[in-house]
Every structure is written in C-alpha cells, then in structure tokens.
Design a protein around this ligand. Structure first.
Ligand SMILES: [Zn+2]
Length: 219
C-alpha cells in the first residue's frame, strides 16, 4: 500500500466515473484510444464503493465546443472564446443520442447520482465540478459535502481532459483526491498526458493503480 493510499473504501469515499459514453469509446465520434478497456476495470472497482457518481457529457445540438458550430474551424483546433482558449471537438455526446449513452457494458447500478455537464450551449465543461469558464458550478461540490464524502477517487475518460480537470477542481475544493490511472485512458493531444501527470503531481494528487489496493480491500 502506498503511504497515502487507501487500503479499503469506506463511507466517506466516493468513486467518480467520468464520461464512459459511446462517443468516447472506439467507434464513437470522439473516441479515446482503447477507451472501452476501462469498462470491466471500472465495473469491478465500482462494486467496492458504497458511493458512486457517474458523469455524462451532455451537449445540446450546436454546442460551442463543436468545430461545426464555427464556420471555417476544424476539430482539434483551439479557438479563443469568452472564457479563454477552447479546443474544438467533433460533434459528440449530443443529448439523448446513442453516442451520449453510457457504454452498454458499464454496470454500476448502485450509482447514486448522474451529473450531466456541458448542457449550456455556450460553455464547455470538462470538469465534473466547474464548467470551463471556471466559475459556473455543477453542484457536485455541494452534493459531496452534504453527504460527508471527503475522499474522491476518479476513473474514466479521458485521463488528460475530463478526469484531469475534475481531479484538479476536487483538490482545490479541499477533498483528498486519487486518480486511478489504470482505470483511465487518455487522448494525448500535444503532450496532454504528460502535462496532466505533472499538474496532478504539483497539486498533490496521486495517480494510483487498482492493484495497489486490490489485495487488502477484502472485496
Ligand atoms: Zn463534450
């Protein structure tokens, strides 16, 4: 066990499962390479948590983060918008479409909350806690605090975007945060995976592996 890692998961621990949706898996509109590999890992992991939150990227048609919403722009270009730089993406996770649905093999029936993000047409939201303007809250901080959940574990897609931003925000809000890296996959745009590791390290967010606590969880 790592010095600051958990041996078992208890009542004050929550697993946040980030964006395991069809569009982020192979064959989807914004596929994370090998993104579907996390599904069985997350299923096993989630079974050991009493508290689980799922996040779901959930955009209206014509969302500002879509390159198609900006004439002349292409996916993966960066554009300056009202709140700063924004990477433009292929259309993805449009509300109530098959691409926005959770991966069919994701099995977390006991998840207590599904938090949908990116629902404002004008603001993207990587983080489960704050939209990309960095000021609009999703309400998740309040949910965790009211329920006495003080240790946050993160898994899902993509490691270097939505998992990263969620981990950073959770840490800044004062939660103890762990990223379970083997239960994540990254996109890696322009070194974003390496940048994520150094940013998390600087914030004191350990990237751990499921194996580090598999033996002593008793699950
Ligand atoms: Zn999105």
């Amino acid at each position: 066990m790592t010095a600051n890692g958990p041996a078992t998961f208890g009542d004050n621990d929550v697993l946040i499962v980030v964006d395991i949706q069809n569009d982020f898996c192979p064959g989807g509109a914004l596929a994370v390479p090998r993104g579907d590999e996390v599904v069985p890992i997350v299923n096993r992991l989630a079974a050991r948590f009493r508290n689980v939150v799922l996040t779901q990227d959930w955009h209206p048609r014509g969302h500002a983060s879509f390159a198609s919403s900006h004439p002349g722009k292409r996916p993966f270009e960066t554009m300056t918008v009202a709140y700063g730089p924004q990477v433009l993406w292929p259309d993805h996770c449009v509300q109530d479409t098959p691409g926005a649905a959770f991966h069919r093999s994701l099995q977390v029936p006991h998840a207590g909350l599904i938090i949908r993000k990116g629902t404002d047409r004008t603001i993207d939201s990587y983080s489960a806690f704050y939209e990309n303007d960095r000021t609009t809250p999703t309400g998740l901080v309040g949910y965790l605090r009211e329920r006495g959940l003080s240790r946050v574990f993160l898994a899902g897609l993509a490691f270097d975007f939505c998992v990263r931003y969620s981990a950073e925000d959770a840490r800044r809000e004062g939660f103890a945060v762990f990223v379970i890296e083997d239960a994540c996959r990254g996109i890696d745009v322009e070194g974003s995976v390496a940048a994520t590791r150094s940013s998390l390290d600087a914030l004191g967010v350990p990237c751990i592996a499921t194996l580090e606590f598999a033996a002593d969880s008793g699950a």
